[in-house]
Design a protein around this ligand. Structure first.
Ligand code: PEP
Length: 252
């Protein structure tokens, strides 16, 4: 089963990569990209902040997009170690991931703070990829849908124009674990997210919802084949160009 719309295939390198490693990864990606005359997928690479400029330069002249993994919601100021949405834009990013579950769990990011980051990213003319996803406990207790829709409340209660918002549904227990929800569970939750958000949007626009959590060359085609899935956010497999490219091909 093939998807109808151009899927977003986003690679989240997390805290991985030196300049040398980035050179190797991007060169082999570009080799495959240049050897593929028509590609029905939108590719996004999200390296660590230190590599944004370097990777951005390597990607220049291609249709591969550059993204950040996080940003601060203020434009500038006394926030040692932080980087603003404005700076991400300045480094060539078209997208920024916000509210990844690793940031929620390791750095205590709240829904309110994540909403402020979404706002900052959109205000700076980029697309915000806002991550949501339930814990294993809430999935097992049958509360996954409630858990995820509650994470959308801040966005839903705002007057934010959501045209440049992308939601990444990433069950926490599926990230880096090799486990995934059942295909019917992915479909169900994507449909719910779209339905909930559509109430806040103009009739002609639907918020893209991408899936993340142990996507690999074996399961990518089935996941991307779901009508309610508009792409995938790939962690571990994005650090292996062969695997990543197989996932890109599963979308084409
Ligand atoms: C992620 O970190 O967003 C992710 C989906 O990781 P992985 O693909 O490794 O599960």
């Amino acid at each position: 089963m093939k998807i109808q719309k151009t899927a977003l295939i986003a690679g989240n390198w997390k805290m991985n990569g030196t300049i040398k490693e980035a050179k190797r990864l991007v060169s082999s990606l570009l080799e495959k990209y240049n050897a593929t005359p028509s590609l029905d997928a939108k590719i996004l690479i999200c390296p660590p902040m230190t590599l944004l400029n370097y990777v951005g330069n390597l990607l220049e002249g291609t249709n591969i997009f550059l993204g950040g993994q996080n940003c601060h919601y203020e434009v500038s100021g006394a926030h040692t170690g932080e980087v603003s949405a404005n700076m991400m834009r300045d480094s060539g990013c078209s997208h920024v991931i916000v509210g990844h579950s690793e940031r929620r769990s390791q750095y205590g990011e709240t829904d309110k703070e994540i909403f402020c980051k979404v706002e900052a990213v959109l205000e700076h003319g980029m697309k915000a990829i806002m991550c949501v996803g339930e814990t294993l406990k809430s999935r097992q207790e049958g509360n996954a849908i409630n858990y995820v829709t509650r994470q959308l409340d801040e966005v839903l209660n705002s007057r934010l124009s959501l045209e440049n918002l992308v939601i990444a549904y990433e069950p926490i227990w599926a990230i880096g674990s090799g486990k995934t929800p059942k295909i019917s569970e992915i479909e169900e939750i994507h449909e719910v997210i779209k339905k909930v958000l559509s109430k806040s949007l103009s009739q002609n626009h639907e918020v893209p919802v991408i899936y993340g959590g142990s996507v690999n060359p074996t399961n990518a085609e089935e996941v991307l084949g779901l009508e309610a899935v508009n792409g995938v956010l790939v962690g571990g497999a994005s650090l292996n160009t062969n695997d990543f490219w197989e996932i890109v091909n599963a979308a084409s």
